[in-house]
Design a protein around this ligand. Sequence first.
Ligand SMILES: Nc1ncnc2c1ncn2[C@@H]1O[C@H](COP(=O)(O)OP(=O)(O)OP(=O)(O)O)[C@@H](O)[C@H]1O
Length: 236
Amino acid sequence: MLQLEALTVRFGGLTAVDGVTLTANRDEVLGLVGPNGAGKTTLFNAVSGLVQPSSGRIHFDNASLLNTPLHRRARMGIGRTFQVPQPLHELTVRENLLVAQRFGTGKVNEARIAEVLEFTNLASRADRNAATELALTELKALEIAKALCTDPKLLLLDEVLAGLETAGKRRFMTMLQELHKKFSVGILIIEHDIETISRLCDRVAALDFGRLISLGTPDEVFNDPEVVRSYTGAQS
Ligand SMILES: Nc1ncnc2c1ncn2[C@@H]1O[C@H](COP(=O)(O)OP(=O)(O)OP(=O)(O)O)[C@@H](O)[C@H]1O
């Protein structure tokens, strides 16, 4: 579904993503890991259209994305969440979903919004102010809900579990597993916690200094000496 071919993103002299070739399929949960600054968010930004690649190709459902503006990519089925939840201030939870859906699909589908509110456990919070009246878990659920109501084929999740305590993390992981099946949406997730990635993901891609250094099952990748070296090197 998503195919990256030798994707490279440079910021001046810095190569943030360096020749990454990778495929993400609709029937899988694919984890993206790597030390801080490895290029994970930049790769997401290139796929969703926030940054322009310096070279390489991005295809989604066999169509090139290189000259495709942000809102068109959303309409093609690419949904994303951000590391820091970004609700629209002054608006309720439901209004946030309406705006996200309008942007992502060009129309409003109230039934889909009701289904998504129910699924993300936000139905009772639908008329609350999104910016001031939600707890962190609810804000994170809203990020997922905003992406889900655009009917995505692929969800890019940027550290959605960060900051949650263990029980909240577990509930959230279950929700992600369920939405993957119920809405048949592929997931590409950035996450630092190895246990979370191991439980959630079918495959893992590891980046270091922008390069793809390992790709395989969670076991294969986390036991790959180059991946171990990239993490221990980053900490020393
Ligand atoms: N807009 C930008 N301009 C200049 N440099 C940038 C920009 N965005 C990212 N970078 C640099 O590109 C590199 C990759 O950053 P990126 O945020 O993609 O890494 P990451 O793997 O997502 O890190 P983290 O796990 O800390 O979120 C870093 O060195 C970062 O400082």
